[in-house]
Design a protein around this ligand. Sequence first.
Ligand code: C5J
Length: 221
Amino acid sequence: MNIPAQPFGFDLDLAHAALVIIDMQRDFVEPGGFGETLGNDVSLLQAIVPACQAVLQAWRRAGGLVVHTREAHRPDLSDCPPAKRLRGNPSLRIGDEGPMGRILVAGEPGNQIIDTLAPLPGEIVLDKPGKGAFYATPLQNLLEQAGVTQLVFMGVTTEVCVQTSMREANDRGYDCLLLEDCTESYFPHFKAAALEMVRAQGAIVGWTAPSAALLPALAPR
Ligand code: C5J
C-alpha cells in the first residue's frame, strides 16, 4: 500500500517490513537516566509515547515483525570505548550508579524499555553499544533471515540513534520510513533538521510521514 510520505509516497510491503523501535528505554525517557545526566529535559521525549503505542499495537495486529533496541553496555564496560565514557561533563557517567541502577548498563532497571512499549515474547530485542542499530549487533543477519527489505523507524533521539541507524540501514540497501510524531529529540530544532536531512535530495536517507498516514495501511481488512 502506498503511504503518503515525504518526499514522495512510500510503497509499504508489510510482509517484507519491520518496525524498528530505537532506544525507548527508561535511560532516555525517564528522570534519573542517561538523558538527564547529560542535562536534558526528558519530558519532551515522553510526549511521543502515545503515538508510538498506537503504531506498535496496529503493527502487531497486522502481524508485522517488531525490533526493539536498547543502547546498553556490558556490566564490565568492555564494549564502552573510554572516549564515550569520559567525554564531556555529565552528572553521572556510563556505568555509574544512578537512581535507576547503573547508567546505560544492560540488565539495570534504567536500561529496560518503558512499560507502555514493552516487547512481547517473540519480538527481537537488541542491545547495541553504539548509536547505530547495526554496529556490533546481529540486526542485519536477523533481517536477512526474515526477508526484510523495508524498515519503519520510531524512537529516540531523532538526530542521534535514530538517524545513525537509518543511515546504516540505508547503506545496507533498506528502504526506511521515519514516523515524524513517533520520534523526538531533546532539541526540537535538531529533530526538524534531521527530518529534513533524511528526506532531502529525493529521499537520500529515506522517507518521513506522520503515523496517521501509516495507520490505515495496518487496519484490519
Ligand atoms: C543518545 C540515543 N542520544 N538513543 N542516544 O545518546 O539517541
